[in-house]
Design a protein around this ligand. Structure first.
Ligand SMILES: Nc1ncnc2c1ncn2[C@@H]1O[C@H](COP(=O)(O)OP(=O)(O)OP(=O)(O)O)[C@@H](O)[C@H]1O
Length: 301
């Protein structure tokens, strides 16, 4: 496969496997004296769900912020091999271009819908880049006036497609803020999918969901992987989600990678168990407490 650097010409060609989607290479992020990420490297592959897990403060959101342009890594490289467009060096791009040109989509820990806009409007607004390009506010749009009508029709069709997928079609005209919490979470994922992303980065999508909503989330994410062919990078504390749907799990602790492999490998890795349970996998803890802790770490007991 041929790659070209779309952000800076003349960069040396680097060997990357064909199925690589995101390559995090020796990334370090410092905030003054605090090292939030410490020499982190891992690969997220195309058409896979990669989960980034770790105890609170491990550096997971900081990794997302480095990928999506909210932070520039102090050291290291973040490469995206876009399935349709070629390679991007994200750490060199202006933040807004990472979404606009490299098609990196993201959701946040807290819901960030426009609550007073309708469900459908939230999905149309997400597609404003494509609509602006086709509008009379762009040169190309002026030359081809019918382009806007076509782009608008496509945006509405795409929105309807996703609303149908998650069973929100009949509530398209509701204010987004009036949807139940679990539906709002899924609407956020639909909104991210409406930009036809190269990679979908989800920060704790299962937070606050009940078990039924978690199952629906699992189905939605597996569908995005299997039917849309979009790679997902997922931060998640809910191990029932992580262990059931991930192809690949990367574990962070204090900014360092401590494990990397299949869910099966990671859940049995003693280093991971120690990071979650602490040094003393205590003899003196009651068995029920040990079981609860192990279950939270995604380990069968
Ligand atoms: N902008 C910032 N300035 C200073 N320190 C920061 C900043 N952002 C993150 N940190 C610190 O970096 C460390 C990692 O934080 P981060 O939010 O990435 O962890 P996390 O694994 O996502 O945690 P959680 O699971 O609780 O969301 C923490 O010590 C945090 O306080």
């Amino acid at each position: 496969m041929l790659f070209h650097d779309l952000t800076r010409p003349g960069t040396d060609e680097i060997k990357v496997s064909d199925d690589s989607l995101l390559e995090i290479e020796h990334v370090t992020m410092r905030f003054g004296g605090l090292v939030a990420i410490d020499d982190l490297s891992f690969t997220a592959r195309k058409k896979e769900i990669t989960a980034l897990i770790g105890p609170n403060g491990a550096g997971k959101t900081t990794v997302f912020n480095c990928i999506t342009g909210f932070y520039k890594p102090t050291v290291g490289r973040v490469m995206l091999t876009h399935p349709r467009k070629g390679r991007y060096y994200l750490e060199r791009m202006e933040g807004f271009k990472i979404a606009q040109q490299a098609d990196v989509a993201r959701t946040f820990q807290n819901i960030r819908l426009f609550p007073r806009m309708s469900v459908l409007e939230n999905l149309i607004v997400a597609q404003h880049n494509a609509l602006m390009k086709a509008s009379a506010f762009s040169f190309a749009g002026l030359l081809f006036m019918n382009r806007y009508a076509k782009a608008e029709k496509e945006a509405v069709e795409r929105a309807k497609y996703w609303l149908n997928k998650v069973g929100l079609y009949d509530r398209a005209d509701w204010d987004a803020g009036n949807l139940p919490y679990g539906d709002q979470r899924r609407l956020e994922i639909c909104r991210a999918m409406c930009i036809q992303p190269a990679v979908l980065c989800l920060d704790e999508p299962a937070a606050g969901l009940n078990p039924r909503e978690s199952l629906e989330l699992n189905e939605l994410l597996l569908g995005i992987r299997d039917h849309e062919g979009v790679g997902i990078l997922l931060i998640e504390h809910d191990m029932s989600v992580v262990m059931q749907i991930s192809d690949h799990v990367v574990v962070l602790d204090h900014g360092r990678k401590i494990s990397d492999g299949t869910p099966e490998f990671v859940r049995n890795d003693p280093t991971v168990i120690k990071a979650y349970l602490g040094e003393s996998e205590d003899e003196d803890l009651p068995q029920t407490v040990k079981n609860d802790l192990a279950r939270n770490a995604g380990k069968d007991v």
